[in-house]
Design a protein around this ligand. Structure first.
Ligand code: CUA
Length: 355
């Protein structure tokens, strides 16, 4: 019984003997499958619209990688599927396959060709990266700071800090990326470039936004419970609108300390908008704002609180930490990032939003 089933295969497999070698047909099918595969991968719209000068180079690099990958995929799958079908064991055949002693020529081919391909692609990618990282004339530095769970932005040349990222179109930007706590990753899909924010390091990316519009800023590194809410917007504006945004921000910052000395009155800050733009929604629940994050306390259920308590809690988060929450989680610099009017507007909004 046992000896019958364990019978080894004959010296030459009778199923292969006498048949024409199917290499030519396989190459034909493989070429056709590769062409179809390449057409499909190029037809798929992988990326959102592009809004930066570097996007074209990155998209081309991606296309080249796809074009090179498809034939390799087809080659591997053709051989695998062919082998599975062609050399399938007959029902009841429990014998071992014929021993294989290796094939030096094949091994040299399948080491050399992938080595050349991977090296060539690495050189191409290196050259592209080097182009993207080249210093540009007239660069504006924007400091990006990630923290659980919001991004904030500083413009050293304008002496300005903002919870919102606003950029002038067609001006080269050098982003200097930091984190206050854990790893985050600064990503604007329409700009194509993405960089980790690493504790203790400054990482840099350079790009030139070339299309005005509003795009999402995403955190692309799992950074804690509020990671999925760590999303903001970047507004790319024509240069003149950017300049007036800068002066409005400056006025707002100056107005916070000096009282209403200026002639024209800027629109009063809107607490509801600020709640989102300052990043509060990243950590807090507030029914009125549709915010559901649970890093900090529910701000719609604060019980009996007054304006003074709320104001202190925004500016000095560690002064009175709600039971069950840890100190040093909420950023301590809202007092410098928001004007007095903005904080007042937030406080008013919070008081009105109690359930
Ligand atoms: Cu920050 Cu994910």
């Amino acid at each position: 019984m046992e000896t019958d089933e364990a019978k080894g295969p004959p010296e030459t497999d009778p199923r292969i003997e006498g048949e024409k070698h199917p290499v030519a047909r396989m190459i034909g099918i493989g070429l056709l499958a590769s062409l179809v595969g390449i057409a499909i991968t190029l037809w798929i719209d992988w990326f959102p619209e592009s809004a930066a000068g570097s996007a074209g180079k990155i998209d081309t690099l991606y296309d080249v990688l796809l074009i090179c990958s498809v034939p390799v995929f087809v080659l591997v799958m053709t051989i695998a599927i062919y082998s599975v079908v062609r050399f399938r064991a007959k029902p009841g055949d429990m014998g071992d396959g014929a021993p294989i002693h290796g094939n030096t020529r094949l091994e040299i081919i399948w080491v050399t060709i992938p080595f050349i391909m991977v090296t060539a692609l690495a050189i191409y990618a290196w050259i592209t990266l080097d182009d993207l990282e080249a210093k540009q004339k007239n660069e504006m530095v924007v400091k990006v700071t990630g923290r659980q769970f919001t991004w904030t932005f500083e413009y050293p040349s304008e002496k300005l800090a903002s919870p919102e990222l606003v950029l002038p179109v067609n001006r080269p930007i050098e982003f200097k990326i930091h984190t206050k706590d854990v790893l985050h990753s600064f990503w604007v899909p329409q700009f194509r470039l993405k960089s980790d924010a690493v504790p203790g390091l400054t990482t840099t990316i350079r790009l030139t936004p070339d299309k005005a519009g509003r795009y999402e800023v995403v955190c692309a590194e799992l950074c804690g419970i509020g990671h999925s809410t760590m999303r903001q917007f970047v507004r790319v504006l024509p240069a003149s609108e950017f300049d007036s945004w800068v002066s409005r921000q400056r006025e707002a910052a100056a107005g916070g300390g000096g009282g209403g000395g200026g002639g024209k009155q800027a629109a009063a800050p809107n607490g509801e908008q600020l709640f989102a733009s300052a990043g509060c929604t990243g950590c807090h629940t507030l029914k009125a704002a549709g915010a559901t994050a649970k890093v900090g306390p529910d701000l719609g259920k604060l019980g009996k609180v007054d304006a003074k308590f709320l104001q202190t809690s925004i500016v000095e988060p560690n002064a009175d930490v709600t039971k069950g929450y840890k100190p040093d989680v909420m950023p301590g610099n809202f007092g410098t990032q928001l004007s007095k009017e903005e904080i007042d507007a937030l406080v008013k909004y919070l008081l009105e939003s109690q359930e």
